[in-house]
Design a protein around this ligand. Structure first.
Ligand code: C5P
Length: 227
């Protein structure tokens, strides 16, 4: 069964404080976005990647990706959820399985995509890659002091890709956006609609490049993967 990936790549990357959005920084020979899209297209079940790009973005048209017939560009929106929503709108068949994956996660391993697909196919509401938290978790009191320690025994980092039927996710996102829910990933929209996606344990090295120090780490993992 063929699946489509949707890659939100319309963020500005303010926390990176670079001269361009982080997905266009070069590591291990090419831009982060090129690594990310190449990882997805390397999977035998994925034959199309829809990328949500900011309308005035001057960088995307310069990449060879822009001319790849397997890559479809749509205009991103103000928030990540709007960008994902725009990507989903380019999918005709609501039964299509869609894998939403952050542009800023170039270190995705195909074995994790396999595990995610298996988890989603076995679940009524899709699945996400997630990693168990490692550190002791504290809740603050808003004044820089500890209010409490949070039980970490079933606490997870939500990673991407996150995989759903296109129609189900579109409907969930639409409802969540209309109702003003806080949506930081696709699963949050599903949860808002009382649908519980499956947690699939993924690799901790599938990091989201966010801050300057993440670049060296991502480059290290990418070089290791390409050897
Ligand atoms: O900012 P953050 O790292 O959470 O962004 C996650 C992903 O969402 C990035 O790939 C970013 O480009 C994308 N994004 C987007 N549209 C926005 C904001 C973020 O596509 N308006």
């Amino acid at each position: 069964e063929k699946m489509i990936a949707v890659v939100p790549a319309a963020g500005v990357g303010s926390r990176m404080a670079a001269d361009r959005p982080k997905q266009y920084l070069h590591i291990a020979g090419k831009t982060i976005l090129e690594h990310t899209v190449a990882r997805l297209l390397a999977h035998p079940s994925i034959d199309q990647v829809i990328v949500a790009i900011s309308e005035q973005d001057p960088y995307f048209p310069q990449l060879p990706l822009a001319n790849d017939p397997r890559v479809v560009r749509v205009n991103g929106g103000a928030e990540r959820a709007d960008s994902v929503f725009a990507g989903l709108a380019a999918i005709d068949d609501p039964n299509t399985w869609v894998l939403v994956h952050d542009a800023a996660r170039p270190c995705l391993q195909l074995s994790d995509v396999d595990a995610l697909i298996a988890g989603a196919l076995a679940s009524p509401y899709g699945a996400i890659l997630a990693a168990p938290v490692r550190d002791t978790m504290k809740r603050g009191n808003g004044a820089g002091e500890i209010a409490s320690t949070v039980d970490r025994s079933d606490l997870w980092h939500a990673l991407t890709p996150q995989m759903f039927r296109a129609g189900t996710l579109t409907h969930a996102l639409q409802q969540a956006l209309e109702e003003g829910a806080v949506i930081t990933d696709e699963a949050s929209a599903m949860e808002h609609g009382q649908m519980a996606p499956q947690l699939v344990k993924g690799r901790a090295d599938n990091l989201k490049v966010t801050q300057p120090e993440d670049l060296a780490l991502a480059e290290f993992y990418l070089n290791k993967m390409m050897r």
